[in-house]
Design a protein around this ligand. Structure first.
Ligand SMILES: [Zn+2]
Length: 57
């Protein structure tokens, strides 16, 4: 889970190549990058979704 969070921080703050086709950049889906929880690749339509943060005490 920590890795996923780091991954999304990267998507939000820098251009990241699509891990699927590696030919285009992952871009935020219907949101500004700093708020986006979904990103997609316009080249191959690969999608990534961040699960909502759940804190368990
Ligand atoms: Zn792609």
């Amino acid at each position: 889970m920590a890795n996923e969070k780091t991954m999304f921080e990267k998507y939000r703050t820098e251009k990241c190549l699509c891990p699927n086709c590696k030919k285009d950049y992952i871009i935020p889906f219907k949101a500004k990058a700093d708020k986006a929880h979904s990103f997609y690749c316009p080249k191959c339509n690969y999608e990534v979704h961040q699960a909502p943060a759940i804190n368990i005490d």
